[in-house]
Write a protein of this length. Structure first.
Lengths: 473, 1019
């Protein structure tokens, strides 16, 4: 009896194997050391990086914050904080843009590091890896450029303004960060690093032609944009010229089709938005069956000439009810309301880059001629060539052209802040678009909100980062 | 040993044999209480060693058949049991002595039971009487106001919805950490949300272990306290008794404390603001269109019915006993489609022999829940009837021209003629009704809690025990957008698709297995030294599985079948394939293994000390931090047992308790990122254009360990005036250390936070509970009871360096302030000169410009300062009146609902509160509604931060009990009662319900007011 009970007690304590309660591995997730084991895995990382790149964040902010939208007929309050020009370090727009772009940069960097560490003697694998490397370097560059365009600041509105060489850009990141606290690089350091990435991308990418992914033209377009922003007018003209020479502008008859995804005239990079991946850029302005909570502002709508091909693109003339001016740029495809690919780079932008760089290089007649080419194409007929008496005149006209051509493509806010050193303009909304319902009519030229605030999420985790002027800290 | 057993058997046989020879006779008598000499009804009178028993009637009389060789056992809870040999007597009158020290009363504590007089911890027991027959299908809500320091907030008025239970304040500011107590039902740890679905009539008692003295033995699961539920069991030696319960009732909405514009007011307001249909109308036109004036609350909301039937069987013989219950419960919510139906079944069995005891508990529930809104959409969904009831336009008629209810919407605005999208904003009230009628969002839950336990006496003082339990929950979700509904016709799968509608089915199952074993030694030395030593092991494993799909395109002829769905490959004429189904699934396992022990020592009933220690291993942490040690030490001094007090005539009981303990919280969140938070992880997902992609999921922190709570508790238990006045007072300080903080890291990492053990939080508080029999006479008993708790919460440290972290409105952390303090710009009314809203800047100066830089930490939180309950119970002859009030003070919440219905930017499409009529219109106007042109709902600071403190008459019940005499012995008793839940609420809150578990309301489903009529019949 005694012996029996001893065994009974002993067995109670040892009978249970405690290992299976203590050691449990994840079943739905991949441990980091197994994430990039094959070239196929690395290519999945590339797909993830493309999938994470979200220009819609900038499109939403830029179009709502400035003067291209008004409250729509189905408003339930969507987009009102941006439309109300509330911009603080806690604002959703700055938080979203910052974190999304840096997560693209982080993912691209992880893939780049995995490629660099990947050992293979297989030539076909090496070709695939090189393409992936070029794509990730280029995409990382674009995510960096987006951030600089919105956040760089030098505290005053001197010539060269927010993009002067010694102004603060944002941290350039090409390593895995955990507890490190990166500082903001100067615009000069930052653009040098981005250009180096683009150079390296060019050298490995190969002759890619898929306009839905990174191509040599993608890299040139990114170079042109960066050059214009940072005052490298020569570089901007050279890169723009190279693309203009390669890719013709769309005919007037084809223009609408670009945005309806029925042709890809003049498109350099078309970021796919489809049912499988989700994402509906038109959802930034409307929901459901195109019920608009934001509509094209009177200020923008009135600028569009009925003969201008851009009118029916900017304004949805098909489904707008009486009194409505629904946004038409992301009208959608059959069966897919409000869903279109995002044309991040089009050659039309290159004309505008070239014209602006020409104007800034004091080639005012050259700038006028470049603008005229674009207008002729959009009207489908010869338009009078503009004549610019001064840099200010030229920039003002180019800005107007950019507003029409690049509406709802994420440029408006950046264009305003880039040019206010020359134009001296704050934002002034059309009186019909503002005043009522708490919507302000504009902000003065020296307002802090012309540079986005570094978001609180960054400041909380990074005490080394310097906030933009006027936002505290 | 063997010889003893044989002797016992022989005696037993002799006894049994003697039955047949003894002469049976009828014994009668009267039982009175020694305390007041009054008759005692309900005393159990049992012939010893048999199952023959009766209860005394209302006048204390009984009558029973027994033979002269037998003895009668008289027992009554709280009184000393008496055994009297029958002998030659035919009348046996008994005076029942009070069991002055309640020596026999045993209470439940962690993994064991102790005598009430030996309890060293702060713990409270709620008994069956207070939770029976409350018509709330969620047990957590039944506990509201019952236990000092236990704060329960309902999350929703959906019947059966789970609330949030917080004991002694929020113990963590980690938003993913579980801050709710551990729930144990008959030895089985169960999911805290599913715990609600137990039939509350099955509960014998429920013990809340508040401080670490008692909860430390639950180791890394005990940090938030433990609630131990013991279900009802039969009694040995008692004939079968049957109880039938039946309840009928209805639920209404509580008045919302907000009024809405009627059509005339609304159209005039639109005209004034130059927006919407009212814009440009003449007075005559407004008068004409204002004739249609719909109160959408009447159309969209309803009175819900409650219905319940239950039967229980209870009884037992010499060596076995059983309790079984079967219940059907049905409750409708206050909106169409909101409904809960539940079938509960329980069977509890016990068997005993000389050395072995064995118990089994089986409980099965089937619950069907129908929800109001499809999908996971929250309060802002346009299909939410509690949104639509507020914002729908009053000049729209709810009826078709033929007088029938319009559930398909309007194609044009009746005033402007403007086309309305079939599911556009203005059609909200129609879409809501349509969705509620044609679509389905249903959750079927099957739940089983099963346990078996046994105890074997190895030797006189040594026993071994085991307890194995399973908690199994399976939830089947069904979410159907019917092809004939508006959503189906116009939105799902998309506007152009040829085949309409969608169907989501998902099955989630959670299996928790728990097995604990123990060896226990108990002995008494020299009559004064009581010793108990226990050693335990425990194994716990949880499996979570979830799988489901959403299919698109339903054949209207097969609306209820998966086979009615398209294959997914179907292509529309336009070439698109909108029917591709989506899949979902999760698989997560969790485990714990523990070794622990406890020692109890008592001296002469005066001094008790208890110590326990537990080693826990959790699968959540890396091998360096896998094991943790938790312990507690506590003691009790029964002052009233000291010689100098023991003869006091007015002090029955006076005891001091003190305890210190350290407990852990390993439940740092359920998501994969939390369960595997020590590892760098990637996820597989949909990448670019739908191609497979691999994404960084989380950055791991291998140094993570559990949150630890160190708590100290001092308590005083008292009982005066022969039990008429009793209660307890506790003070505590609880420090939670190593709180997992989603510590901010630079977003350049691709993430914004990483989990780290950084924070420290302190809760200090006082709890007081008392009960007083104001009147105690033969016919009339008036009892007054109250409990109150004060809790102060303070962030002691965030990460050692920072004093403040901006995490948004109520999540911000500020050292020295309570966690959950609102952090916002102070709204300061309206400038009478220009109608602009005024704010205070950080220095307290008035300013008209709104800036988030002016946010300050406010002395306002969503958690109450004082909370508790009180009530009055009166019994007069057969009548009984019980009442329970509950209250919470200094509770603040953001009223997002009110902000929407006062937002002039929505005037074109949504109705507004009548408060907008008081808006500023000209210089000099003193009002708190600004000029509409300056209103911005997203830049209004504390304007809608409202005091949601409340006092609520949570339950009041009036009943009458017919005793067996009145019923001429056809029944043992019949009770009839009427009951009201939430009859009256006093609060400054403007909305349906001040009480909710969120920090900001947004068209929540409010808890309603329920009236029920019930019958209990005992056979």
């Amino acid at each position: 009896m005694k012996k029996y009970s001893f065994y009974l007690i002993a067995s109670l304590f040892v009978f249970l194997s405690c290992e299976d309660a203590r050691e449990i591995d994840p079943t739905d997730l991949i441990d980091s050391n197994q994430a990039f084991g094959t070239v196929g895995d690395i290519e999945q990382g590339v797909q993830a990086a493309y999938g994470s790149y979200t220009p819609e964040n900038v499109i939403a902010f830029s179009s709502r914050f400035v003067d291209d939208l008004r409250i729509g007929s189905n408003s339930g309050g969507q987009g009102i904080p941006d439309l109300s020009q509330v911009l603080d370090p806690g604002s959703g727009s700055t938080t979203g843009i910052w974190t999304t772009n840096y997560s693209v940069i982080n993912l691209a960097t992880q893939v780049i590091l995995a490629i660099e560490a990947f050992e293979t003697d297989d030539e076909s694998e090496r070709v695939r890896l090189n393409r992936a490397l070029g794509e990730m370097l280029a995409l990382r560059s674009l995510a960096h450029i987006d951030l600089m365009a919105l956040y760089s600041s030098d505290n005053n509105i001197a010539p060269g303004g927010e993009f002067a060489a010694d102004a603060l850009a944002v941290p350039y990141v090409n390593s895995i960060i955990v507890f490190e606290q990166p500082v903001r690089n100067t615009v000069a350091e930052f653009s040098a690093a981005v250009i180096a990435d683009l150079d390296r991308a060019s050298s490995v990418l190969g002759n890619q032609t898929d306009i839905n992914r990174v191509t040599p033209e993608f890299i040139t377009a990114a170079r042109a944009r960066l050059a214009l922003y940072t005052g490298d007018n020569t570089g901007a003209i050279a890169n723009a010229n190279s693309l203009i020479a390669d890719i013709p502008l769309a005919d007037k008859a084809d223009y609408l089709g670009i945005f309806r995804d029925t042709n890809d005239e003049e498109v350099i990079w078309s970021l796919i938005r489809n049912q499988a991946a989700g994402g509906s850029p038109g959802g930034l302005f409307a929901f459901g069956t195109r019920n608009p909570f934001l509509e094209v502002s009177f200020g923008l709508g009135d600028l569009l000439d009925p003969m201008d091909a851009r009118r029916e693109v900017v304004i949805d003339l098909v489904t707008s009810e009486s009194g409505e001016t629904r946004v038409g740029k992301y009208f959608g495809r059959p069966g897919e309301d409000l869903r279109n690919n995002v044309k991040v780079f089009r050659v039309a932008e290159q004309y505008l880059i070239k014209a602006e760089a020409q104007a800034r290089s004091n080639d005012l007649s050259g700038a006028a001629a470049t603008i005229d080419l674009l207008r002729d194409a959009r009207f489908g007929s010869d338009q009078p060539t503009p004549s610019y008496g001064s840099l200010r005149d030229a920039i003002e006209d180019i800005l107007l052209e950019r507003r029409l051509e690049l509406a709802y493509e994420g440029h408006r806010y950046i264009d305003f802040r880039r040019t206010r050193d020359i134009l001296g303009n704050g934002i002034v909304r059309d009186s019909r678009d503002c005043g009522a319902q708490g919507i302000p009519c504009g902000i003065p030229v020296d307002d802090r909100r012309f540079a986005m605030p570094i978001p609180n999420v960054e400041i909380a985790g990074n005490t080394a980062i310097i906030q933009n002027p006027g936002y505290g800290n | 040993m063997r010889s003893k057993f044989t002797l016992f058997l022989t005696l037993l046989l002799a006894l049994v044999t003697s039955f047949s020879f003894a002469q049976e006779k009828t014994i009668t008598g009267n039982v009175t209480a020694a305390a007041d000499g009054l008759p005692l009804p309900g005393v159990s009178v049992v012939v010893k060693g048999t199952s023959r028993g009766v209860q005394t009637d209302f006048d204390g009389n009984y009558s029973i058949n027994a033979s002269s060789t037998e003895s009668l056992v008289f027992s009554y809870l709280g009184l000393k049991e008496q055994t009297i040999a029958v002998g030659g007597k035919t009348v046996i009158n008994v005076v029942m002595e009070e069991d002055a020290e309640l020596l026999s009363e045993v209470v439940v504590t962690g993994y064991s039971t102790v005598k009430k007089e030996s309890v060293t911890a702060a713990q409270t027991t709620v008994t069956a009487e207070t939770i029976e027959n409350v018509p709330i299908p969620a047990l957590d809500q039944v506990l509201q106001g019952q236990v000092a320091g236990l704060s329960v907030n309902a999350g929703s008025g959906q019947p059966g919805a789970s609330g949030t239970i917080i004991l002694r304040g929020r113990s963590s500011f980690n938003p993913n950490a579980n801050i709710e107590p551990l729930f144990i039902i008959d030895g089985v740890p169960v999911d805290e949300d599913n715990f609600r679905s137990i039939n509350s009539n099955d509960i014998e008692n429920l013990t809340v272990l508040k401080d670490a003295s008692a909860s430390a033995i639950y180791g890394n699961r005990g940090a938030n306290g433990v609630i131990i539920v013991t279900t009802k069991r039969g009694s040995f030696n008692q004939p079968l008794s049957v109880t039938y319960r039946s309840q009928y009732g209805f639920t209404d909405l509580i008045e919302p404390n907000i009024n809405f514009l009627n059509s005339t007011q609304f159209l005039t307001y639109q005209r004034d603001l130059g927006a919407g249909a009212g814009n440009g109308l003449t007075d005559a036109e407004i008068a004409q269109f204002g004739q249609v004036n719909t109160n959408w609350q009447d159309i969209l909301l309803r009175q819900g019915k409650t219905f319940s039937q239950e039967v229980t069987f209870s009884g037992g013989g010499e060596n076995s006993r059983s309790f079984s219950s079967l219940q059907y419960f049905e409750q409708e919510g206050t909106s169409l489609r909101s409904k809960l139906q539940r079938i509960s079944l329980r069977s509890n069995l016990d068997a005993r022999s000389d050395k072995l005891t064995f118990s089994s508990n089986i409980s099965l529930n089937f619950t069907r829940n129908d929800f109001v809104v499809n999908g996971a959409a929250g309060g802002g969904s346009l299909d939410n009837p509690f949104l639509a009831a507020f914002i729908s336009l009053p000049y729209y008629s709810p009826f078709n021209p033929d007088g029938s209810l319009n559930v398909t919407g309007l194609s044009n605005d009746p005033i402007t003629g403007a086309a309305l999208g079939p599911t556009g904003f203005q059609n909200t009230p129609f879409v809501t009704q349509n969705t509620n009628r044609f679509n389905t969002n249903r959750e079927d839950e099957i739940r089983a809690v099963i346990s078996v336990s046994g105890k074997y006496q190895l030797a006189d003082n040594l026993s071994i025990g085991t307890n194995a339990g399973i908690d199994y929950t399976q939830e089947n979700d069904l979410d159907v957008i019917s092809p004939v509904s508006l959503r189906g016709q116009f939105n799902v799968p998309n506007a152009a698709a040829q085949i309409r509608g969608s169907r989501r089915e998902a099955t989630q199952r959670v299996l928790r297995v728990n097995w604990s074993n123990n060896v226990t030694y108990t002995n008494t030395f020299a009559d004064k030294h009581n010793l108990e030593v226990g050693a335990f092991t425990e194994y716990f494993k949880q499996q979570f599985r979830d799988a489901g799909f959403t299919g698109f395109g339903i054949d209207p002829r097969l609306p209820n079948s998966i086979l009615g769905l398209t294959s997914g490959q179907t292509a529309d004429p336009d070439g698109t394939t909108p029917y591709v189904p989506t899949l979902e699934g999760r698989s997560v396992d969790l485990g714990l293994f523990s070794v622990f022990g406890l020692v109890r020592y008592g001296y002469d009933g005066k001094y008790n000390i208890e110590a326990n220690i537990r080693r826990d291993a959790s699968s959540r942490f890396s091998s360096d931090n896998e094991w943790g040690t938790f312990f507690s030490v506590s003691g009790r001094w029964n002052i009233s047992k000291e010689n100098w007090l023991s003869n006091s005539t007015w002090v029955d009981n006076l005891a001091l308790r003190a305890g210190y303990g350290e407990v852990g919280n390993q439940d740092i969140g359920f998501g994969q990122a939390n369960i595997f938070a020590t590892r760098d992880l990637f996820s597989s997902g949909t990448g670019y254009a739908g191609n497979p992609g691999v994404f960084p999921f989380a950055i791991g922190n291998p140094d993570l360990r559990w949150e630890t709570k160190k708590s100290i508790n001092l308590g005083l238990d008292f009982g005066f005036m022969k039990g008429r006045l009793s209660g307890s007072l506790d003070v505590y300080q609880e420090d939670t250390e190593d709180i997992l903080l989603s510590a901010p890291i630079s977003a350049t990492s691709g993430f914004t936070t990483i989990l780290r053990n950084l924070g420290e939080l302190r809760n200090t508080g006082v709890e007081f509970a008392m009960s007083y029999d104001v009147v105690q006479s033969n016919d009339l008993v008036v009892n007054l009871f109250a409990n109150t708790a004060y809790n102060k919460n303070e962030v002691v440290s965030i990460d050692g360096e920072q004093e403040f972290v901006d995490r948004g409105n109520t999540q911000s952390l500020s050292v020295g302030d309570p966690f959950g303090s609102f952090f916002d710009v102070r709204y300061a009314g309206v400038n009478p000169a220009n109608g602009r809203p005024l704010f205070l800047d950080v220095d307290g100066n008035l300013t008209e410009s709104f800036s988030l830089d002016n946010r300050v930490i406010l002395d306002k939180t969503r958690d109450p300062e004082f909370s508790g309950g009180f009530g009055l119970n009166v019994t007069y002859k057969g009548f009984g009146l019980t009442s329970l009030f509950s209250y919470a003070t200094n509770v603040w919440r953001n009223n997002g609902t009110l902000a929407v219905v006062e937002d002039p930017s929505l005037v074109g499409i949504a109705n507004q509160s009548t408060r907008v009529l008081d808006r500023w219109t000209q210089p000099g106007d003193i009002t708190d509604i600004p000029d509409p042109q300056f209103f911005n709902r997203f830049a209004d600071g504390t304007r809608y931060l409202e005091d949601s403190s409340f006092l609520r008459l949570r339950n009041i019940t009036l009943g009458y009990t017919f005793n067996s005499d009145q019923l001429k012995n056809h029944f043992k008793s019949i009770q009839i009662y009427v009951q009201a839940q939430n009859l009256v609420t006093w609060s400054k809150w403007r909305g349906f319900d001040p009480e909710d578990n969120n920090a900001g309301s947004f068209f929540d489903f409010p808890v309603g007011r329920t009236f029920t009529l019930g019958f209990d019949i005992n056979f």
